[in-house]
Design a protein around this ligand. Structure first.
Ligand SMILES: NC(=O)c1ccc[n+]([C@@H]2O[C@H](COP(=O)([O-])OP(=O)(O)OC[C@H]3O[C@@H](n4cnc5c(N)ncnc54)[C@H](OP(=O)(O)O)[C@@H]3O)[C@@H](O)[C@H]2O)c1
Length: 345
């Protein structure tokens, strides 16, 4: 039988003090998500502090194996190690876990869901639903309606990833190191592997010595195939961390099975859920992280023929999205909104 949650669920946020955790709470509030009771969970470092939710001060509790008793929905954003250990415990206690980490994304028993693409997979969950990688979500929301119309057989994308994608401490490091740099003071990086102020570097995840791809790139390749249910799609990715505080951008070029024009792409995307076209050639105004920050849509612009493909099968575009929202918290709350509810008389 399909599992159901209460219509006034007890919601636990594991990682409530983090960059994504704060957006879980703000997004539930903003969207009027019904919450019977909120439990805020984090490490022992944060236990006893409070967060505000709908006029209440919620005391943060240390996450442990008893945290999920009586919980209906457990929103996880505390890293993959914590998810691996505690998500199965939460699911066993009867909660539906929606996890933002990479721990379960490629597990064949775990739906990997972007509601605009495969909301139908939510009902198949066995206690855990995974939110895809933020770079994957940013690319796939606008690519899906194109893929459905004219199959994308090859995709090349380069990311320009913000500090917020690496959490609250990385945002702080960007601000502090920029301040230090402007004052001409030395700054030793603590979170990032390289100087972040006035610099950029290859994504700060481990490189696979065989493929030369870092983990972020490998995630985008594998997750695209799982979400699109298309093992043949050829994907090439380069992931780069840029000194932007919030919202990821991506340069995307894709090749379709049949010829496609920029006008067709614009027409498809003008009706696509979760997409906003920002493509003003006269004003040279295109998607920017500063405009993407704090809003829900993936901004899409620079839509143009890829001039390197004379056959007319390829299009290039530039996108930006708030990866703390659509790339993480918003996507998770959208999933929670679609969970079947148990309605009480
Ligand atoms: N940032 C993004 O844009 C983004 C996007 C998609 C997915 N994600 C994923 O979401 C997760 C969190 O990312 P974030 O950016 O929000 O990181 P963050 O700002 O560093 O927050 C990490 C959270 O995890 C908690 N935590 C750490 N160790 C813990 C422990 N031993 N027990 C309980 N809680 C613990 C922290 O609590 P304390 O404050 O007490 O340490 C904090 O609340 C990661 O898996 C990340 O890959 C992030």
């Amino acid at each position: 039988m399909e599992s159901q949650v209460r219509n006034d669920p007890v919601v636990a946020v594991a990682g409530a003090t983090g960059a994504v955790g704060a957006e879980f709470v703000a997004t539930m509030d903003r969207r009027g998500f019904s919450v019977g009771k909120l439990k805020a969970l984090a490490s022992a470092r944060s236990a006893g502090r409070t967060i505000a939710f709908r006029g209440q001060e919620i005391v943060i509790e240390e996450l442990n194996e008893y945290s999920f008793e009586g919980v209906d929905i457990a929103l996880f954003s505390a890293g993959s190690g914590i998810a691996r250990k505690f998500a199965p415990i939460a699911a066993k206690a009867g909660a539906v876990v929606i996890d933002n980490s990479s721990a379960f994304r490629m597990d064949p028993n775990v739906p990997l869901v972007i509601p605009e693409i495969n909301a139908n997979r939510i009902a198949e969950h066995k206690g855990i639903i995974a939110v895809p990688n933020c770079s994957a979500i940013t690319a796939l929301v606008p690519l899906w309606p194109i893929h459905r119309t004219n199959r994308i057989k090859r995709l090349i994308l380069s990311t320009y990833q913000a500090a917020s994608g690496a959490g609250a401490a990385a945002m702080e490091e960007l601000v502090e190191s920029t301040r230090a740099s402007l004052k001409g003071e030395p700054y030793a990086p603590r979170v990032m592997p390289h100087p972040y102020a006035f610099n950029l570097f290859s994504h700060n995840t481990a490189i696979d010595p065989e493929t030369g791809c870092n983990e972020e790139e490998t995630k985008v390749i594998k997750e695209t195939r799982k979400i699109f249910e298309d093992d043949r799609i050829a994907v090439g990715v380069t992931c780069v961390r840029v000194p932007v505080l919030r919202a990821h951008s991506e340069a995307i070029t894709f090749e379709c099975e049949n010829p496609i024009t920029e006008h067709e792409v614009r027409a498809i995307l003008s009706n696509a859920p979760g997409v906003k076209i920002v493509d003003d050639r006269a004003r040279n105004y295109f998607p920017m992280p500063i405009d993407a920050s704090g809003q829900d849509d993936v901004l899409v612009g620079r839509i143009r023929k890829d001039l390197s493909d004379a056959s007319g099968h390829s299009i290039s575009m530039f996108v930006a999205a708030d990866q703390l929202l659509k790339g993480a918290a918003l996507n998770a709350i959208q999933i929670a909104e679609l969970l079947p509810q148990r309605v009480f008389a």
